[in-house]
Design a protein around this ligand. Structure first.
Ligand code: PLP
Length: 441
């Protein structure tokens, strides 16, 4: 039932592509999974540790790691126990258990703003449900958000994240997909990140309509832009002064540099946050964490709906517990820090030698690649110097040499390593990146 054939010849690969396109739009299950550098989907056959093998049997050292979801590595050994335990407990679908409470307790212990938790499956689902709560609690519908940040694909926030340069001042703000109603865009106030004056002015101007300040504290989705000193602190003050909810979307930044996420890394505690990606060790799991006062607005205590047949499936909860057990070990962070130090020292050398202007920005185990500049990038407008065609060529060069970077359609996004990468793997990645850039010069 589960068998499939490898597609080692060009003819077999073309036939697989054809089969895929006939039943899946573009041959993929997620639009951005279509690899533009290759002009076709990446069909994988299996993965293990820091590597995956494609359907032609080619081995790749993985520098995407499922966009950060498999931070422990592909097929981490704890998953075997997870699947066995889930089987032993009969799967337990649509029912809570003491294990659900235990994971919520663990997350509330680790993440500074967490006093209560609710589980969801994807990051998009988490931000959608969290924003409903923010609106109910503040009683105001508009949301301040920042250019370059990403908060999922739904109608509430797939607006003004990554507009083309000539749409930065669009009113109503730029919608990032066909099908998003204009009325949704009218509820979004987009601002440049790291611009305190712009934030103060917008809060003053919209204080009667804006109830939420939504931030991706480390803007991984635009090449990894860090918060400038004082920015998150000022957002915290303004939100408190004006009874706005400060919402950190930490779907990506959770557990990248510390177990408490960016709110721990930068010492600013929001009212609510969403965490996800690596939380499920490769299985779908995300969570909303926040103050008791805010979170108890959820039914059945309060008046905000949040339910779902697949909320917190047991297998994902077990995987979440396995993940938390890993990140709770000091040795976990020692390994991440030592690999990061090795990688980022090498990247600095590579950037300095590169014949093509390139900038690497980093936080914890992930980093951005921005082509077209060697200077620090602190907001979305600056990141627009990035050259998508150069990124696609870079991805072709590295995959030809056996190192996989996800191409993000050529966008400046994020890449990273996992616990399963070794120092030798990091050295190989650096060698391949260097060779690729030199070949492109
Ligand atoms: C900050 C942030 N929020 C939300 C999302 C959406 O998460 P998902 O892809 O699980 O829906 C992502 C995914 O990249 C993200 O990085």
């Amino acid at each position: 039932m589960f068998d499939f054939e490898m597609a080692e010849t060009d003819e077999a690969l073309a036939a697989l592509n054809e089969r895929g396109r006939n039943v899946l739009p573009g041959g993929v299950c997620s639009s951005t999974r279509f690899n533009q550098a290759w002009g076709r989907p990446v069909y994988a056959s299996r993965s293990q540790g820091a590597r995956f093998w494609d359907i032609q049997g080619r081995e790749f050292l993985d520098m995407s790691m499922s966009h950060g979801a498999t931070l422990l590595g592909h097929g981490h050994e704890s998953l075997k126990q997870v699947f066995e335990k889930a089987w032993e407990l009969g799967g337990l679908c649509s029912l809570d258990s003491p294990l659900h409470i235990e994971l919520a307790e663990e997350l509330c212990r680790l993440v500074p703003c967490g006093e209560r938790a609710r589980f969801t499956s994807s990051g998009s689902e988490a931000t959608l449900h969290a924003l409903r709560l923010c609106r109910a609690a503040s009683g105001r519908e508009k949301i301040i958000r920042f250019f370059g940040h990403f908060h999922g694909y739904h109608e509430l926030t797939f607006i003004a994240g990554h507009p083309p340069a000539d749409q930065l001042d669009a009113s109503p703000p730029y919608r990032e997909s066909a099908g998003i109603p204009q009325s949704m865009a009218e509820l979004i106030v987009p601002l440049p990140y790291n611009d305190i004056a712009a934030l103060e002015a917008a809060v003053e101007r919209h204080k009667d309509e804006v109830g939420t300040i939504l931030i991706e504290p480390v803007d991984f989705n635009c090449g990894c832009i860090l918060p400038e000193p004082g920015f998150l602190e000022r957002a915290r003050e303004l939100a408190s002064e004006h009874n706005m909810v400060l919402f950190f979307d930490e779907i990506q930044s959770f557990a990248k540099k510390s177990a408490g996420g960016a709110q721990q890394d930068f010492g600013v505690t929001p009212d609510i946050c969403t965490i996800g990606k690596s939380l499920g060790a490769g299985l779908p799991l995300s969570a909303i964490l926040g103050s008791a006062e805010l979170m108890d607005r959820y039914k059945p205590v309060g008046d905000v709906a949040h339910s779902g047949t697949f909320n917190a499936p047991l297998t994902s909860i077990l995987a979440g517990l396995a993940f938390v057990a890993e990140i709770d070990r000091p040795e976990f962070w020692q390994t991440i820090e030592s690999l990061a130090a090795r990688l980022f020292a090498g990247l600095d050398d590579i950037a300095a030698r590169s014949p093509i202007p390139v900038r690497f920005q980093r936080h914890g185990s992930r980093f951005g690649i921005i082509f077209g500049t060697r200077e620090p990038v602190i907001n979305y407008r600056q990141s627009l110097c990035h050259k998508p065609e150069t990124m696609l060529e870079f991805c072709r060069q590295t995959t030809d040499r056996g190192v996989y970077f996800h191409d993000y359609g050529g966008g400046a996004c994020h890449h990273g390593f996992s616990l399963a990468h070794t120092a030798d793997d990091i050295d190989r990645v650096l060698e391949v990146m260097d060779e690729s850039l030199q070949a492109m010069g």
